[in-house]
Write a protein that binds this ligand. Sequence first.
Ligand code: BES
Ligand code: MG
Ligand code: ZN
Length: 496
Amino acid sequence: MVNINVVKDLDTKKDVLLLGIFSENVDFYKSINPELHSKLEEAIKRKSFSLKKDAYHSFSLNNSVYEKIVVSYLGSKKEFDLERIRRAIYNGIKVAKQNKLKGLTCNVSELCKGLTSDYYLGVAIGETIELSDYDFDNHLSKEKKKAKIGFASILWTGSKDFLKGLKDGKIIGESTCLTRDLVNEPANIVNPEYLENVCKNIAKNNKNVKLRVLNKADLIKKKMGGILAVSNGGGVSPKLIIIEYMGNPKNKDKFALVGKGITFDSGGLNIKPSGYIEDMKIDMGGAGAVIGTLNAVSQLGVKQNIIGVIPTCENMVSGSSYRPGDIIKMYNGMSVEIKNTDAEGRLILADALTFADTDLKANTIVDLATLTGACMVALGYEASGLIGKNKELNTSLLNAGFLSYDRVWELPLFDEFMSQMDNDISDLKNLSSVGNGRMGGAITAGVFLSKFVKDAKWAHIDIAGPAFMEKNRFYVPKYATGAGVRILCYLFLNKK
Ligand code: BES
Ligand code: MG
Ligand code: ZN
């Protein structure tokens, strides 16, 4: 956690000074600090500072109160968007951490004043400070822990909206880091009970948050055949966690967030081979994103009722595992033939979707899941797949994605896809037979889910790609990224 404060001039000594420059005004510092300007000019000439978006140059000055100065290139004012400012903030913090320096002062806030709303400028800076300071080092010994910054001073002389944004952004950043930790922690630590305890803490610390948990006996009583079948391989006891934030109790409208919480996906009897199984602790990334979002909205004081619904268990191999060929009965009464035990996410989500739709009577449901490798093939690490038929909901998610840069991209639910999960010996099967289940795999998974929502507006977000990265991209770290939290927070900010 970083101590962020706002300053009216740059005199505060804070180890690293982060400055920005725009293409319209590369000579901005010429009259302010000629020594600094000539260093920059020289670096540009030597091409050690390329004037490419998000590039930076770091150096020291004689007689400066700052240990390091970082100048980040913000591109042109005409094309400005919040991502420029996030990456600039990251550049400054990166240099601070590399040099084990604790404090950052920056002027990019003030430089960008007027280019976007003061509020969102604050949000972007507040969140990125927290996002950039994150490292997953819980299991490293003290000497190996990563350096962190402790303080940030942000230059600002404009409206109070910025200060509110900064505060809200910090909450969003911290909540995203909570999700990152949940996803990074291995399955021997993060299991359904652990997720329940994290939710308990959120409920304890935030007014308006209540927790309800359906345990195995309750799931049996309710006949939630999808969750029960997947969890049958054992390992841990399944749960349906319901974490409810009532931000507008006078209103009956409810927004449900459903998150896939497979705390380890071995594939079941259709076991995953080496190369595919190692990272499967991340298969609760949807649940993690829902928990992080609930943590954020309750602290942000969003004026909506938002309910997290988390089906959680492991998908394991044992004598009691569910089998290929099994026909199970789902919570909504439909029968499903299991064609592949590794297509388990849709089964636990289906019961949770029915619960959100019929028990909670949510008006809107968005589910998040590390659902398919096919979605990663389609969109890589750069966007989550968005599936759903409600244009208005899709558009608001697309926009929240662009603004937060936690992006989604739409995949079509064409009529021709809608029958591809139908079966001749049961209502549905859990794998399409078109191209052995491989053709349009992200979409057919979405088709399956769509059969379990009758009344609510619904969208599905497949975060399998962006949830976990092979290498870092600015403030999005290697390994768990917290994908899903920021797009949802931005969605709710819009309506505040
Ligand atoms: N959890 C996986 C999807 C996944 C893969 C998430 C890689 C993150 C990274 C999911 O349960 C799964 O196994 N999906 C199968 C579906 C197939 C059997 C139809 C897949 O994608 O191969
Ligand atoms: Mg699987
Ligand atoms: Zn899975």
